[in-house]
Design a protein. Sequence first.
Lengths: 214, 327
Amino acid sequence: MSLADAAGTLLALIARLITGAQGHWKGCPPMAEQRIYFANHQSHLDWVLIWAALPHDLRASTRPIAARDYWTSSRFKQWLTSEVFRAVYVSRTRAQGSTGSVTDDQDPLEPLVDALQGGDSLVIFPEGTRSLKGEPVPFKSGLYHLAQQFPGVRLVPTWIDNVQRVMPKGEVVPVPILCTVTFGAPLALQDGEDKRAFLDRARAAVLALRPPAP
Amino acid sequence: MMVWVDPRQMGVDQQVGLLFVLLFGVLLLATAAVTLLALRRGTDSADPRHARLLGDLRDLWVGALVFWVAWVSGPVGATLAFGIFSFLALREFITLAPTRRSDHRSLILAFFVVLPLQYVLVGSRSFDLFTVFIPVYVFLAIPVISALAGDPERFLERNAKIQWGITVCVYGLSHAPALLLLEFRRDEGRGAFLVFFLVVVVAAAQIAQELMSRWLRRRPVARHIDRSFSVRAWLAGALAAAGLGALLFWITPFEAPQALAMAFIAGGAGTLGEFVMKALKKDAGVRFWGNRASITGAVGLLDRVAPLCFAAPVFFHSVRWFFQFSG
């Protein structure tokens, strides 16, 4: 086991200890097929939570998106994203959102396309930025373009719950609070479906996974 | 050929060993019985009652194993094991008690300062500080940190919830390893028996109360909180605990009548604590405590340890008080 593997296992363990990171596979079982998980984005921890909720053998082939300028700015960050998580780097050519953003440009999608062609699964946050209101903001079009180009890749809507309580914006130390990651039934782009209609449908599918308030 | 050895003539370690052999033997028998029953009846595992029984058994196994590991690894291991239980229980408690953003610092204090410190105090046997650390010092520290965050909205409610969580999940539960480390003048290293005694007696009280409430069908005292709780059922539970405690007196530093009284106190406190936790769950809006409703995954540990959280401090101080006078 390499150092990166060990670090990954340790991070997943910490995420589970802090948040439980329970994966609820409601719409599809965890399977080794090519997938794009698209999720609501409320915290920096979102990616780690999804990753920790995945079964161990799926983690190696499931990759996040990371903004190149931020995540390569120090050696540690670079090591963490490239070695541990095998992140797909995108350049934020236009000042668009934060980590994991997918912009309207065709250009920024290129690394994602490469990764999908290589057979990997991806986790994307189509809102482009962290939403703090609870409800996801309208999705950006990257998901649509990927769905068009890769009809064989399953699109799995994902809802991450409670994570905003673990680490509110501006705080550094996470507080242990139980979170869940709910995976829904895969979505497919229909013939001739309009871009906006598809993106709204995708957003509704994510929102539908939100557990009812107790 | 069987030779009956009087357990009182064995060394303490041998006695504890015997205890574990008995414990795991009973568990093994129970597991075998449940499995055989399922095979004979041909019940599929989808049957919820069967699944629940299996789940309970699995919890018992885990509990027994943890207990054994804690004993084998000595005071440090036991303190650590209960510290982790505290952490997980507090995590569940805080998940169900919605806090605001401004509580973040208080929660960090609770999880990463108060909890470890309390267990360090237990581990180092500083029993005087350990009994006042949370009720006195933390009681002041939490609201101060909260006030510094500058958010007056529902201030009392938020702080009360955090204080409650700490008191139940950290302060209460930390008394269990403290028992383990209590030193008696007459017998060294008997603490493990006291913890075992406490756990068994509290469990017996719970089971007896549950069975009696089904059998008696009394009018519940507080129907909106718990449909099965009645004074008689509670008394039956505490009495069952007392009876079992008296039977087990030989593993404790007590004589039979004292063991009976102690077990009554511990069992009664445990089931009352469970009752209080039910009220709390109703307040938090968790009506159905099944797996399906567990949105946040708060299914279980707090449920299992809650009676212990309430019984342990009462029992601990009863024991200490008793030995101060008669030790």
